[in-house]
Design a protein around this ligand. Structure first.
Ligand code: FDA
Length: 394
């Protein structure tokens, strides 16, 4: 039995951050990773450039059954703290849109930085470690992996969520949660393309067409809207606006799309006055890709000069374009989901330390927890912040 101060399960974003911080505090840390190398999701993230944080990251950018849970960790390790770390390693970066920060070079730099932050004499990263059993005995956690056994008074679950199983992602964290009696909020795919069926299936013909929209889903306090691009695909809808809204979408509910989100409320009435000879198809083509403009004009069924359309009909067309309803018949599932919504219930954990209330010495960090960020660097920020929070508590 090899004895450590901390065993971290999973050498992903959260696990590596936690191990580095704990190692720097002088603790002996073993990181057990199932894959052949650490940080595989980081390597493919952000199209290979890793959108490593978002300058706007705050609790309002996260979904959870308890929206207050993320506040403490996010306040104690902020986007600026991570930027300082990146700068300290001489990694150059740029802001793309909406506060999203990407490496100028490669996501490999972020993985290397995290590994460099782990003191060699304190942190041991053990890859190809297939965990066969975890047990709690006398204030010690024992872990059995690939024929070896490890023991420590602190055990950190950092094995992520089941999104992208092709990359080895699993629901292992939830199995452990059940073993230790921790509740799991039903996991479902998030930041995921939506699929269309029924009447909406015709929109699949627009595969490859993209347009800026405002996408809205949910209702009341649970309503959210995103102004970004939507992309029609051969299965349905994708693009940043749709990925964002997928986290708020619930089965059988519609998502609402505002085409031409910048248009004034009465823009069609003004056009009727100024250009009565123009057709709806023509004016839509001036603002939208031709194929989309044609599909909308066909479905709206008003293909004559605006001057010949009644004010009532024109208003109704304007309203439809501002509130087009698609009712997805599903999502493309965990196979295509960038993250998992739900996970180990925050009710079970201290928001300050991420320690399980029922099992002293057991911690859960990163995507395994029921905290899910928006698209745009927010999920990595949660991994850094929650990993840091746990490491201060051992
Ligand atoms: P993560 O998945 O990073 O790490 C978990 C680790 O545990 C893995 O190394 C896994 O192999 C290991 N593991 C699993 N089961 C195990 C077991 N039984 N035993 C031992 N080890 C085990 N976010 C963002 O903010 N910006 C971005 O640019 C992107 N881009 C992006 C692209 C793609 C394609 C995906 C799929 C996801 C993103 N994300 C993202 C999301 C981001 O990758 C994700 O939120 C974090 O990686 C979560 O960090 P964790 O450390 O919790 O899990």
């Amino acid at each position: 039995m090899q004895q450590f101060d901390v065993i971290v399960l999973g050498a992903g974003a959260a696990g590596l951050m936690c191990a580095a911080q704990a190692g720097q505090r002088g603790l002996r840390v073993a990181v057990l990773e199932k894959a052949e190398k650490p940080g595989k999701k980081i390597l493919i993230s952000g199209g290979g450039r890793c959108n490593f944080t978002n300058v706007n990251a705050g609790p309002g950018n996260y979904l959870s059954d308890n929206p207050h849970f993320a506040k403490s960790a996010l306040a104690r390790y902020t986007a600026q703290d991570f930027i300082d770390l990146v700068n300290g390693h001489g990694i150059t970066w740029h802001e793309k849109t909406l506060g999203q920060l990407f490496c100028d070079g490669s996501a490999k730099q972020i993985v290397q930085m995290l590994l460099d932050e782990c003191p060699d004499d304190r942190v041991e990263i053990i890859c190809n470690a297939e965990i066969t059993a975890v047990e709690a005995l006398d204030r010690q956690y024992g872990v059995f992996a690939s024929g070896q056994s490890y023991s420590a008074p602190n055990l950190v679950i950092a094995t992520g969520g089941p999104s992208i199983p092709k990359m080895g992602a699993t629901g292992f964290a939830y199995e452990l949660a059940r073993q230790f009696g921790l509740k799991v909020v039903e996991p479902r795919p998030a930041l995921v393309p939506l699929t269309l069926g029924g009447e909406d299936v015709l929109f699949r013909e627009l595969s490859g067409v993209s347009a800026p929209v405002r996408a809205t889903a949910g209702s009341g306090n649970g309503e959210a809207s995103f102004d970004e691009a939507a992309l029609f695909t051969h299965k349905g809808l994708s693009g940043p606006a749709i990925l964002q809204i997928s986290s708020y979408w619930r089965k059988n509910e519609p998502i609402r799309i505002r085409f031409l989100p910048q248009a004034e409320r009465d823009w069609l009435m003004e056009l009727k006055r100024d250009r009565p000879k123009a057709s709806l198809r023509t004016v839509l083509r001036e603002h939208l890709p031709d194929r989309l403009a044609d599909a909308l004009a066909d479905r709206l069924g008003i293909d004559r000069e605006l001057g010949n359309v009644s004010d009532k009909d024109l208003r109704s067309v304007g309203e439809k374009l501002a509130d087009w309803r698609f009712t997805p018949n599903g999502t493309e599932g965990f196979a295509k989901a960038e993250v998992t919504i739900g996970g180990i219930s925050t009710n079970e954990l201290s928001s300050k330390t991420m320690e399980a209330k029922k099992s002293p010495g057991l911690y859960v960090i990163g995507e395994a927890v029921d905290v899910t960020g928006w698209l745009g660097g927010y999920n990595f920020q949660w991994a850094w912040s929650s990993g840091y929070a746990a490491a201060q508590a051992f």
